[in-house]
Design a protein around this ligand. Structure first.
Ligand code: ZN
Ligand code: ZN
Length: 227
């Protein structure tokens, strides 16, 4: 038996750049044979801007969680494991974070330096992955991430991502984890990236343990037409 996991996905309820709701994505991923989906909506920094009290944070977190909760509700109905992650833009680079829960959002994440975020991850057991490390001008400091997205299968950005350079970067940093994700924003992204494993991924801990073990296969489906 093999299991497919999407590691990088954005829902329209929380990420305005996405055109697909969490629930709709889960229906499509179920059809595509996926058993686990990580929802990694963009960190909605603007809604946390003026947070002071716990109540302010709770309201901001409501928006941050909207896509995840929509996906989770559908996943519970259809038997798809839906797990919370986040994509954080810091120092001109996108980072995917795994292993977090609500407590992570009770801070002004965008005010952390990459080194502070990395230290916090090591303390709390979160994992940071450099997303599409060669898209545009992004250049990650490898000392502040645990792993590298060697395949970002976003159909719109597929060739702009320069995944071949991401693989070279991973080869130069053998201690870093390697993964694949779609960065799904549109229906045509469904099922283009992620990983295949021999055991189901039920938590962020499972995911990271399996990446460390090396027992997984990368999914990498380029667009049919050149873009
Ligand atoms: Zn986006
Ligand atoms: Zn993304």
């Amino acid at each position: 038996m093999s299991y497919k996991t999407e590691t990088h996905l954005h829902c329209s309820e929380t990420s305005p750049c996405s055109s697909v709701s969490g629930a709709e994505f889960i229906r499509r991923y179920k059809e595509a044979g996926y058993t686990t989906v990580f929802v990694t909506d963009h960190y909605v920094g603007s809604s946390f801007n003026y947070c002071v009290t716990e109540d302010d944070y709770r309201k901001a977190i409501e928006l941050q969680y909207r896509g995840y909760l929509s996906a989770k509700e559908e996943g519970d109905k259809l038997g798809v494991n839906v797990i919370l992650g986040c994509e954080i833009y810091l120092n001109k680079c996108d980072r995917l974070i795994y292993g977090i829960d609500e407590s992570f959002f009770y801070q002004r994440v965008e005010e952390l330096t990459p080194a502070e975020l990395f230290a916090q991850c090591n303390e709390k057991g979160y994992t940071l992955i450099a997303a599409h490390p060669y898209r545009g001008e992004m250049r990650h400091d490898m000392n502040t991430v645990h792993g590298i997205e060697i395949v970002n299968a976003s159909q719109k950005n597929y060739y702009r991502n320069r995944n071949e350079l991401a693989l070279e970067l991973a080869e130069a940093h053998p201690g870093h984890l390697r993964t694949s994700g779609t960065d799904a924003h549109f229906i045509e992204d469904v099922g283009c990236g992620g990983i295949i494993t021999e055991e189901p991924i039920l938590s962020a801990d499972d995911y990271i343990r399996i990446l460390k073990s090396g027992k997984y296969t990368i999914i990498d489906n380029p667009p049919i037409k050149n873009n």
